[in-house]
Write a new protein. Structure first.
Length: 393
């Protein structure tokens, strides 16, 4: 069987035409060196810093120059290309894949209401295989990503979703998506990929503090008691035991990890879904988190800092790339939060450089997102401050 082939390129330029030409030339040269007759099954362009009309022009030219069977594009502010993170730039990071044995199903997704019932138009009901994954890029304000994730979790369990939300910064009207010549300012563009070995890494960048608790009282996203005591009292007890630096991190932002399995005595990285603590009520001694939670779940408080985020990503990449039974990755896509990069790490290019350290010098592209999709436990979620990575063989 013919092997999978990948290529990636980047060009920073205030001239969008130059960026397009340079990227496509480099990608085409890569294929010419390995298999001149290949036609890309999927081309993805991450396009940063241009006007909406420039994006449309760029995507049309990329489709023409690469001859990709399926072409996706998304606007953003910052790029990932190889081992580089190019923040607040003008340029294009281009990624291309040739999969001889794959089935690629492109789709434009929108929430529609028919006869009083909401459904996602464009989402196929059939054709979901055991190895299917979904790459999804969305507009931030028009598309209920949580609803789509919940639908896939319920109707197609085991299908992993990765990707991100377009980050248009202070100009949300500039957000654009593209699929096969059609440009959208709403909804989501996605491809279902079957027949390609893909593994995912979701690094949420937090570490646990204190002990774990059972939620003993909760309504929607408000937690009343943990282990029979008021939630605020549990926080205060943990806070009193922490070193000064960790106390400062709690004050800057506290997070709650929801255990994705109740069958472990000891939890580790990847066992929790991280959600922000968004409010603390001194009067009722309750806390409010950024997700619904039910009584009986196991939880543990977490804090986020650059050291913890680095250790977690390193640990998860090592686990994903150094399995004796799995070949090394041949390519990667990375969707990292716009709150990471230089906003979190002192070391430049942190996530991209760490990915290269473990995956090697493979074709890699991505962007800084305003929300990242990733598979934790046995379900897909919308995350924040996360690096969501797909490793392809």
């Amino acid at each position: 069987m013919d092997k999978n082939n990948y290529a990636a390129a980047v060009c920073q330029s205030p001239d969008v035409s130059q960026a397009v030409t340079q990227c496509c030339m480099l990608v085409n040269q890569r294929y010419a060196q390995t298999a001149p007759d290949l036609v890309p099954d999927l081309v993805i362009a991450f396009v940063a810093g241009y006007q909406p009309e420039d994006f449309q022009h760029a995507m049309m030219r990329i489709g023409e120059l690469t001859n990709g069977r399926t072409v996706l594009g998304v606007t953003c502010q910052s790029l990932v290309a190889g081992n580089q993170e190019l923040e607040n730039t003008q340029g294009i990071s281009l990624w291309s894949a040739c999969w001889p044995a794959a089935e690629v199903t492109p789709m434009f997704l929108e929430l529609q209401s028919e006869q009083g019932q909401a459904n996602f138009s464009g989402l196929p009901q059939d054709g979901w295989e055991d190895d299917s994954v979904l790459l999804m890029l969305t507009e931030a304000y028009s598309f209920p990503a949580d609803g789509l994730l919940e639908h896939v979790n319920s109707h197609h369990p085991g299908v992993e979703i990765f990707g991100g939300v377009s980050d248009a910064g202070f100009k949300p009207s500039y957000a654009r998506l593209m699929l096969d010549g059609n440009v959208y300012d709403r909804g989501a563009v996605a491809v279902r990929i079957s027949g390609v070995p893909v593994s995912t890494v979701v690094s949420q960048g937090c570490r646990p503090i204190g002990e774990s608790f059972i939620v003993t009282d909760a309504q929607r996203n408000v937690i009343g008691t943990l282990g029979g005591q008021p939630a605020l009292e549990a926080i205060k007890k943990i806070y009193a035991t922490l070193p000064t630096q960790d106390q400062a991190r709690v004050e800057r932002g506290l997070h709650l990890g929801i255990a994705m399995t109740e069958l472990k005595d000891k939890f580790q990285y990847g066992d929790f879904l991280i959600r922000n603590v968004i409010a603390i009520d001194e009067e009722t001694k309750t806390i409010t988190i950024g997700d619904y939670i039910r009584k009986g779940r196991t939880v543990q408080f977490h804090i986020r800092d650059q050291v913890s985020a680095s250790i977690e990503l390193r640990s998860m990449l090592e686990s994903a790339t150094q399995k004796e039974t799995t070949p090394p990755p041949a390519a990667a896509l990375i969707f990292t939060c716009n709150g990471r990069g230089s906003n979190l790490f002192e070391q430049p290019h942190h996530d991209a450089a760490l990915l290269k350290e473990f995956a090697g010098d493979v074709p890699t592209a991505g962007f800084f997102a305003a929300g990242e999709f990733g598979y934790v436990g046995r379900s897909n979620f919308l995350h924040g401050f996360t690096a969501s990575i797909a490793l392809f063989q």
